[in-house]
Ligand binder design. Structure first.
Ligand SMILES: Nc1ncnc2c1ncn2[C@@H]1O[C@H](COP(=O)(O)OP(=O)(O)O)[C@@H](O)[C@H]1O
Ligand SMILES: [Mg+2]
Length: 265
């Protein structure tokens, strides 16, 4: 059966409300196999946007393209507008871009180093050496990630000795240390137990006052609990994008409704 992949609703925001926007973003793996089709999404500042959809629907493909993590494996057409600039252009410094648009992955991946070193690593690589300043950033980042109280007495112990949930919050602290504006999160809680997941969700909700977050999740309850807006992906197409409340209680598209009912049912 032919499915109707025309978007049923795509929310937009005024220019000054947008932290990031894509225009007709398409991704071709190996240069030719298209897995994302003309995605045009605007992300609101200081909010959490959830990307939902079945496995293989293109959520990670879209997310990883936003800070040019797909460059080596795919051709990416279309625009990614950040501060009025198209950061999908070839002459963009992707390392600078990734300082502004950080990423947290599915599995916590701390460096096999101390907790402190995990946070200061990128700063040192960028030439920051002042010990007082580094100490201040370590504390600020760990506080922001709601991890400080749990680790303040063992900053020089190995990060690998932390629990999975603590490691994931450390990865958030590490991402925050370089002061990004946007945080991309790809199923950040999928490897965590319910208690750690709930702590991570609290952390993300607190970060919303200062950061814009875009989060892939396959957990519908999680999307409805913590996100402000939700985009539904299907077969590489964005089908519907709206406030989370509307998506979950009053979806406009049949595909969205089917997916949400199936996932909750
Ligand atoms: N590096 C890659 N090379 C080729 N195909 C890929 C690559 N990454 C993902 N894909 C394909 O792109 C499609 C979308 O995958 P993905 O974005 O990972 O989906 P999701 O995150 O929604 O589960 C899938 O068909 C997947 O097999
Ligand atoms: Mg994925």
């Amino acid at each position: 059966m032919e499915e109707n992949l025309t978007p049923s609703y795509i929310k937009t925001f005024d220019k000054d409300e947008r932290a990031l926007a894509t225009e007709d973003l398409s991704v071709f793996y190996g240069g030719k196999v298209q897995k994302l089709f003309d995605a045009s999404l605007q992300f609101k500042k200081n909010s959490i946007t959830a990307l939902i959809g079945a496995s293989g629907s293109g959520k990670s493909t879209f997310l990883r393209s936003l800070n040019r993590m797909n460059d080596k494996v795919a051709k990416i057409d279309g625009k990614i507008i950040f501060h009025g600039l198209d950061v999908n252009k070839p002459d963009i410094n992707v390392y600078e871009l990734r300082k502004n648009i950080g990423m947290v992955f599915q599995r916590p991946n701390p460096f096999p180093k101390s907790i402190r070193e995990n946070i200061v690593y990128a700063l040192k690589a960028n030439g920051k050496t002042d010990k007082n300043e580094l100490d201040r950033i370590v504390e600020e980042s760990l506080r922001a990630a709601a991890l400080w109280d749990e680790v303040k007495d063992k900053l020089d112990k190995s990060a690998l000795a932390l629990s999975g949930g603590q490691q994931q919050r450390l990865c958030i602290a590490r991402a925050l240390a370089v002061q990004p504006e946007i945080l991309l999160l790809d199923e950040p809680a999928s490897a965590l137990d319910p208690v750690s997941t709930s702590k991570l969700e609290d952390t993300l909700k607190q970060l919303r006052s200062e950061y814009t977050m875009i989060m892939v999740t396959h957990n519908m309850q999680q999307a409805s609990r913590i996100s402000d807006h939700t985009a539904f992906f299907h077969l590489g197409h964005v089908i519907e994008y709206n406030s989370t409340a509307e998506i979950f209680t009053n979806p406009k598209g049949q595909l969205t409704e089917d997916y949400i009912q199936g996932s909750f049912g």
